[in-house]
Ligand binder design. Sequence first.
Ligand SMILES: NC(=O)c1ccc[n+]([C@@H]2O[C@H](COP(=O)([O-])OP(=O)(O)OC[C@H]3O[C@@H](n4cnc5c(N)ncnc54)[C@H](O)[C@@H]3O)[C@@H](O)[C@H]2O)c1
Length: 339
Amino acid sequence: MPHQIQNVLVTGVAGFIGFHLSQKLAKEGFNVIGIDNVNDYYDVDLKEARLKILGDLEGYSFYKIDLNDVQLKSIFEKHSIDAVVNLAAQAGVRHSIEHPEDYVHSNIAGFVHLIEIAKNAKVKHFLYASSSSVYGANKDLPFEPSNSTDHPISLYAASKRSNELMAHSYSALFDLPVTGLRFFSVYGPYGRPDMALFKFTKAIIEGESMDVYNYGKMQRSFTYVDDICESIFRLITKVPQKSKDWDGLDRRPDKSFAPFRIFNIGNDDVVDLNYYVELIEKKLDKKATINYLPMQPGDVAASKPSLEELVEQIDYRPTTIIEEGINNFIDWYLEYYQP
Ligand SMILES: NC(=O)c1ccc[n+]([C@@H]2O[C@H](COP(=O)([O-])OP(=O)(O)OC[C@H]3O[C@@H](n4cnc5c(N)ncnc54)[C@H](O)[C@@H]3O)[C@@H](O)[C@H]2O)c1
């Protein structure tokens, strides 16, 4: 395998993206060492169900442990970790307004604890989840990785931007190759119960009313989880090199003299929220009862990624169409929950 990357520590494997990524990496022949604290931010049964499926994978080990746990170091020693994909985090924009401390614990303290161990273990590549939310109040669409990210509108976004900055400092000081992954609204089977697709599907099935913000006037990049996993898989072995042509006058946040890169990973075929709701209604053959509300704090009305750098690096772009993705999600939901 290029760069001799074989043993990959994936954090947050009981989570939505970690679950899918672990399956993809195991299928591609990597050994996946998964960790997760299996917290109760949402339905723990769903996390346990994902872990149960992962338990059957070839070359897979799992540890129930927090990012901040002192025992984390011993996992690196035991499995000679070559690369890290850090997906464990406190996610969710809304939750960050009421529970800022969770973001400090997992996204700030936990992140530093992990990257410090990874640096000491001399891993060959450290990749970590960032988010499209780092673009904050920036309205310059499509979002380019080189755009300003200096105006976050939630603590969640600020914590993700902090990860990028902390990663840069490790890359600059210790030559640690780091890659930041700015995901755009990820969805798919085994998806998160706190996200729109899950909430809308559940509400329509149960005949409950559902909240639609900004009176439905939103355009979003919704990205199918398999496209995210394919992109991460391709990026793992693309270990960043130092940019020789970078000088101290270059203010772009995604490039550096250090082995440091940031990529958008999203579908650039953006979708109107009203059409999104129509697709769910059509698949369920049932009308939604919609409670239209103003924009909610911390959220943005439009998102669209520029994918130039991603495509150049991995010769791949997320292209799963929304009709297919929603179809797959609802098929899974109906089978899993048997409503
Ligand atoms: N899903 C999206 O649309 C999206 C968009 C942008 C960025 N992201 C980022 O991608 C990553 C994965 O997201 P997801 O949707 O799979 O979320 P998720 O909540 O389903 O998964 C995160 C997992 O991390 C675990 N975790 C949280 N804090 C931990 C800690 N301190 N120690 C150990 N484990 C911990 C949780 O138990 C959970 O299983 C996160 O970093 C998230 O912020 C997700």
